[in-house]
Structures are given as structure tokens and as C-alpha cells.
Design a protein around this ligand. Structure first.
Ligand code: FES
Length: 162
């Protein structure tokens, strides 16, 4: 598996901090997903090996937590906040616009691999709802017109992702 040197350094620092290596499993999953975008079978085996566990121990974690992915994400990750303020401000409508524009349901990746669409919970910017994250960049006030503009930028690959 091809991990960045910085990821390996972080893992090497992190593992000894836990008296019980097993406790490092979730943080390792996050680090590897951050690096390569998802957790493949190879990654799961790698983590298990690194922590002297069985792959099933890691698979259980990966399948339990919805924020961990087992498939490669699209080029752009679009995450729509659906907590109360955003929901009241129209987040579900915003999400539907993304679904229609990219022909993918929330929780999946568009057939062209351009977008992975997900819901997230409150980003603590409720006063500017609806809030959408694209990559690491937060977009606020994402109502119909703004959504249309974001969709165009994603399709043209000119969107800022932080
Ligand atoms: S409810 Fe969406 S940012 Fe708080």
C-alpha cells in the first residue's frame, strides 16, 4: 500500500500512545482514509497487521462508522449539512439539486466519478444555513441559485475545495 511518508510518521507517533494497540484502530482508519480516500481490503489488512489484530477486527470498525468509506470517493466530496437549522433553511432541497444534477443519490458517487454526495451533521455555522462542504471548503447560504452556481463550477472543475 502506498501511503505518504507523513501518514506513516503520524501512525508511528500515534500507535505507542495507546497502552492497548487496539485502541489505535479507529484513528488509523481515519489517517489512512485521509491519505488515500477510502479503506480498501488492503488497507484493512495493513492496519490489522500494524496493530497485531485480525482483519475482521478492523472490518468491524470500518463497517460500523458511517464516515469510513470502503469504496473510492468521487473527485469532489459534496457534504450537505442536514441538522435542524440547515434542514429548515432548505438543505434537503439543496441536496436534491445535487442529486439531480449528478444523477446520484445521497450516500453514493455519480456514475462519472465526479461527485460523492453525503449528508453531514452540524458544522456550527447554523446562522449561515444551508451549509455545504465541498472538499475542505465550506459554502454557506447554499440555496437554489448558489447551488446551481456550485454545480456549474463542479462540472467545469473550477470549484474551490479548500
Ligand atoms: S445546522 Fe447546519 S451548520 Fe448547524
Amino acid at each position: 500500500m502506498d501511503l505518504k511518508e507523513t501518514t506513516i510518521a503520524k501512525i508511528d507517533q500515534l500507535v505507542p500512545r495507546y497502552p492497548n494497540k487496539r485502541s489505535a484502530a479507529l484513528p488509523l482508519c481515519h489517517l489512512i482514509q485521509e491519505d488515500i480516500g477510502y479503506l480498501s481490503n488492503e488497507s484493512i489488512e495493513w492496519i490489522a497487521n500494524r496493530l497485531d489484530l485480525e482483519p475482521i477486527n478492523i472490518s468491524e470498525i470500518v463497517t460500523f462508522y458511517p464516515m469510513l468509506r470502503t469504496k473510492a470517493p468521487g473527485r469532489y466530496q459534496v457534504r450537505v449539512c442536514r441538522t435542524l437549522s440547515c434542514a429548515l433553511a432548505g438543505a434537503y432541497k439543496t441536496c436534491k439539486q445535487f442529486e439531480d444534477a449528478f444523477d446520484c443519490e445521497v450516500g453514493s458517487t455519480s456514475p462519472d466519478g465526479l461527485v460523492t454526495l453525503e449528508y453531514v451533521e452540524c458544522h456550527a455555522d447554523c446562522g449561515n444555513a444551508p451549509v455545504v462542504m465541498i472538499g475542505e471548503k465550506e459554502y454557506t447560504g447554499v440555496k437554489e441559485d448558489v447551488t446551481r452556481d456550485l454545480i456549474d463550477k463542479i462540472k467545469n472543475k473550477t470549484i474551490e475545495i479548500g
